[in-house]
Design a protein around this ligand. Structure first.
Ligand SMILES: N[C@@H](CCC(=O)N[C@@H](CS)C(=O)NCC(=O)O)C(=O)O
Length: 226
């Protein structure tokens, strides 16, 4: 790739998944901050790149790509060595990528942004169901994702590890999430947070230490998470 990729990001947003993948793959990239506090994701210039008004977007020589899973798949395809889930077969890796994208990530979004999904009067009801569903999703991963035992960097890991972080940090309550209940998942995210990619992402976005296994609210050098 000759023209550098440009990652439109906000600290500790879903763009973190893409930043981790770019760093792991050692693909040069530049960043442009999307100012969440000023609703920059809804500014006309950003909507021209990503009409969904969501972060991230990756500008590539072929134009902008959005949707975290699509970007991770695209980046994996640019790479000579399999990055999707190096020790899983492709069918299994694709199934898990889609599950992360169409099940775990949207359920987290319902937990963080219930008002986007339901009338204000019944937000409590949605949150009660959502937290039960989230606990079931993490238990499902713990039991059914053999690739958690492969402590190697992958697109799946770059997607999952930030979601583990967000489960522990954001939403109306944090007490429901206890990573020690999921020992395979815990060992997996610890293996990823000790990598150079995680350290570099920490510095760029002010994420602190133990970013996946015992995260703290970020203190970013620019922009804000919410
Ligand atoms: N389906 C999207 C979801 C991305 C997403 O939820 N982004 C959040 C930040 S982590 C966002 O842009 N939130 C702003 C909003 O919902 O208005 C993807 O996978 O890229």
């Amino acid at each position: 790739m000759t023209t550098p990729l440009i990652l439109y990001y906000a600290p500790d947003n879903a763009s973190l998944c893409v930043r981790l993948a770019l760093l792991e793959l050692q693909i040069p990239f530049e960043t442009v901050l999307v100012d969440r506090a000023a609703k920059g994701q809804l500014a006309p210039a950003y909507l021209a790149l990503n009409p969904n008004g969501l972060i991230p977007t990756l500008m590539t020589p072929q134009g902008p790509i959005y949707e975290t899973a699509a970007i991770l798949l695209w980046l994996s395809e640019q790479n000579a060595v399999d990055f999707l889930a190096p020790r899983a077969d492709r069918a299994e890796a694709l199934a898990w990528l889609f599950w992360l994208s169409n099940t775990l990530h949207p359920t987290l979004r319902m937990w963080f942004y219930p008002e986007k999904y339901i009338a204000p009067a019944v937000v409590d009801t949605l949150q009660a169901t959502t937290v039960t569903n989230l606990a079931a999703h993490f238990a499902h991963l713990e039991t059914h994702a053999p690739w958690l035992d492969d402590h190697v960097p992958s697109a799946l890991g770059c997607y999952l590890a930030p979601m583990v972080r967000w489960a522990a940090l954001y939403g109306p309550s944090q007490t429901w999430f206890d990573l020690s209940k999921y020992p395979r998942l815990r060992a997996y995210v610890i293996s990823l947070e000790t990598r150079a990619s995680a350290h570099e992402a920490c510095l760029a976005e002010g994420l602190g230490e133990t970013i996946f296994s015992n995260p703290a609210i970020p203190n970013p050098p620019e922009g804000s998470a919410l």
